[in-house]
Design a protein. Structure first.
Length: 195
């Protein structure tokens, strides 16, 4: 019996159609040095998505902003958290401004809330965030320890919230859907979910 083999090929149009339909993120980082002297550093982040995908994402954040505007909050008393924020104060604000300027809808919303007086808090531990990124990006092989990095990040974020929101205070957490921070918050914190 003969074994048949076939090679699936895709035209350039099919590949581009798939990329534009689903989207793609390309992270590039390179450093060229000679005898310990850095000659060239290249950093780039390229995001490609269909216009439709980008518009749906923008509409989602517009809906979140509309929901926030209906809340009766004194923004100068609202403690603000966002996953991947590594600093508070002026440095944290600069990070948010840079990400908002790069086209990030969620960071643009966070910047608007800061302009209303919300108080930005460091939300992440840099070592945990970088370790999880290295595994997710494929720079390191997944290990048992790496598998628990998301859990460790969630616990860290919950601890930051628990220690920085004063009794009776308000906090707003902007975070990816895969996180489970609420499981690690103390019982005295009441949660309200927005869309």
């Amino acid at each position: 019996m003969a074994i048949k083999s076939s090679v699936a090929s895709s035209s350039l149009v099919e590949v581009l159609d798939r990329i534009l339909d689903k989207g793609i993120v390309i992270d590039l980082w390179a450093r060229v040095s000679l005898v310990g002297i850095e000659l060239l550093t290249i950093e780039a982040r390229i995001v490609v998505a269909s216009v439709e995908t980008w518009l749906v994402y923008g509409e989602y954040w517009d809906t979140v902003q509309s929901c926030l505007e209906t809340l009766d909050l004194q923004w100068d008393h609202v403690n603000l958290y966002h996953d991947s924020v590594l600093a508070d104060g002026p440095l944290g604000r600069q990070m948010v401004q840079n990400l908002a300027a790069s086209g990030s809808y969620d960071f643009a919303l966070v910047l608007k809330l800061l302009d209303k007086g919300a108080i930005l808090h460091k939300t992440e531990d840099i070592d945990l965030l970088l370790a999880e990124y290295r595994v997710a990006a494929g720079y390191e092989r997944p290990t048992r320890e790496a598998a628990s990095l998301a859990l460790q990040r969630d616990v860290y974020i919950a601890q930051r919230i628990a220690t920085t929101v004063p009794p009776g205070g308000a906090g707003l957490l902007v975070i990816g859907a895969a996180h489970e921070v609420e499981k690690h918050l103390p019982g005295g914190i009441r949660l309200v979910y927005l869309p």
